[in-house]
Design a protein around this ligand. Structure first.
Ligand SMILES: [Zn+2]
Length: 318
């Protein structure tokens, strides 16, 4: 009895899986993920209650790790400077964590790129007293509604206060709180607006979303990202840091150079596997079924981007 029941369950599961594979074989990524439209909405929901972990790094730099992008906080006599501002719904927990560092006001905000989980808090941080600085493409994307195919989501233009008031094209250096911050625009990688922020004296390097520590990254083809650009930025990051550099990823735990190397190797390895299968004429469904990321799926696929999403985005770009 029990056996017949479990056989029946196995058969049903198999049929459900087969029909999903059949659907995937002829579906575009947009159709494939139509039922998962809630990814961005879920992120809004999760960020509202997600705890923020506060980690002191070196000198006057602290990092806040929550549901959205990692925030660096530089403290000192000029007031707080933030790198990134999380998802808008994380405001209560983020503002509490920032206030707990010390009572100084927030004076400056730098966006590593335009995405909602990094620039989503721009408006309230601006209202709290910060001026906003970013690469010029961040401003371009925030000035209008922007459709992101990979998330199947249309981001509406935020209020004027959320738009960076100062932008630069390639390089920008600023001084705050007895620190030098060197900002550098990447060639198109995760988006076309990505920058790194290097706190040079402390040797702390914020990569934005060009580096996800032991997490599959999102790649935003709609605003200039690609798998090859992601790998190129990973190489740039490896060349940029020393063995002593503390590396803040866009998502995941604070790391160091070996983590950047691992990220580059996993990205390049998966890219090559998926490219070889696609070249053999395999459909997306067949490539997904081949599980090219079997070695890393469990560790890297449990966050924002699951293995199916990630492999789909690689397949698109090779
Ligand atoms: Zn991003």
């Amino acid at each position: 009895m029990l056996n017949r029941f479990s056989n029946e369950m196995t058969r049903r599961r198999f049929m459900a899986a087969s029909s999903l594979m059949a659907a995937a074989a002829c579906a575009s990524p947009r159709e494939l993920f139509a039922q998962e439209d809630s990814l961005v909405l879920n992120a809004f929901k999760e960020a509202a209650t997600a705890p923020i972990t506060v980690q002191t790094l070196r000198r006057n730099i602290t990092v806040l790790l929550g549901a959205g992008g990692n925030i660096a906080v530089l403290t000192g006599p000029d007031g707080k400077l933030l790198v990134d501002a999380e998802i808008v719904t994380a405001r209560p927990n983020v503002s509490k964590a920032i206030a707990a560092i010390n009572g100084d006001p927030i004076k400056q905000l730098i966006n590593t790129h335009w995405h909602f989980d990094h620039a989503g808090g721009n408006d309230w941080v601006h209202q709290a007293g910060a001026s906003i600085l970013a690469q010029e493409n961040t401003r371009k994307h925030l000035l209008k509604d922007t459709w992101v195919e990979g998330w199947h989501y249309n981001f509406l233009a935020p209020p004027a206060g959320a738009v960076p008031s100062t932008v630069f094209a390639e390089d920008h250096t600023l001084h705050a709180n007895n620190s030098t911050l060197v900002l550098k625009h990447y060639l198109p990688a995760h988006t076309d607006s990505d920058i790194s922020v290097h706190f040079t004296e402390a040797d702390v390097f914020h990569t934005g979303d060009t580096f996800w520590n032991r997490n599959y990254p999102f790649i935003d083809y709609s605003t200039g990202g690609s798998i090859d650009g992601t790998i190129r930025a990973a190489e740039t990051n490896i060349a940029k840091v020393s063995d002593k550099t503390i590396v803040i990823p866009g998502h995941g735990a604070v790391g160091a150079k070996p983590d950047l190397i691992l990220f580059r190797d996993v990205m390049a390895g998966l890219r090559d596997k998926v490219a070889a299968l696609k070249k053999q004429g395999k459909t997306l469904a067949e490539v997904l079924a081949a599980k090219p990321g079997a070695r890393t799926d469990q560790e890297w696929g449990g966050g924002f981007i699951n293995p199916t999403r990630f492999v789909t985005s690689v397949y698109q770009g090779v």
